[in-house]
Design a protein around this ligand. Structure first.
Ligand SMILES: [Zn+2]
Length: 66
């Protein structure tokens, strides 16, 4: 599982979402950004920030420590 919150992007917003893939989160965030933040065009820079802000949670192959 992966999760994302707007706060991770430095946006003062309580939106949070989760899904199984980064791609799924991206789609949900884009929908949210359009309706809530009036951001219809997400630049590559924003997308990169979103990718970095996405947190991996749960079991599947998450390596901790190392
Ligand atoms: Zn938001």
């Amino acid at each position: 599982m992966v999760s994302f919150t707007c706060r991770d992007l430095g946006i003062d917003c309580s939106f949070e979402t989760n899904g199984t893939t980064d791609c799924e989160i991206m789609k949900k965030f884009i929908d949210h950004a359009i309706s809530a933040h009036n951001m219809p065009v997400l630049t590559a820079e924003v997308m990169l920030k979103v990718k970095k802000a996405i947190k991996k949670t749960g079991e599947e192959g998450v390596k901790t420590g190392a």
